[in-house]
Design a protein around this ligand. Structure first.
Ligand SMILES: [Zn+2]
Length: 118
């Protein structure tokens, strides 16, 4: 009952591809776009600019992490592993995948891994 239908898999694959393209665009923009520090500012603004640059970097690294997760998820379509929890092997569930197509764990394992201190 947790098996995904062909149609659902197609939808999720398309959603992942869409996200991948979106992230690639954002990463390209973040690395190619004008840096915040190039904008002329008063000394009082430099503190907030530093924060902005830091934020930009954090966003960029978050985007790269997302991108890797999406690539990982897309790769699983070819070997039929997509939609199965990487920890316990049970179905992740379509509603969860709709919200997070790149999810690798079922909700139970995800909750457990978030509780476990790294
Ligand atoms: Zn699981």
């Amino acid at each position: 009952m947790d098996e995904l239908t062909h149609k659902q898999l197609g939808w999720l694959h398309a959603a992942l591809e869409q996200r991948r393209h979106l992230l690639l665009d954002q990463v390209a923009l973040a690395t190619a776009g004008p840096a915040v520090e190039d904008v002329e500012t008063s000394p009082a603004d430099s503190a907030s600019n530093r924060t902005m640059n830091q934020l930009q970097q954090e966003t960029a690294s978050h985007q790269l992490t997302q991108l890797l997760a999406i690539k990982h998820a897309l790769a699983k379509f070819s070997d039929g592993a997509y939609g199965s929890c990487e920890n316990c092997g049970s179905g992740i569930g379509y509603s969860r995948l709709q919200a997070r197509p790149e999810a690798t764990l079922c909700i139970a394992c995800q909750t457990q891994s978030e509780r476990r201190p790294r």
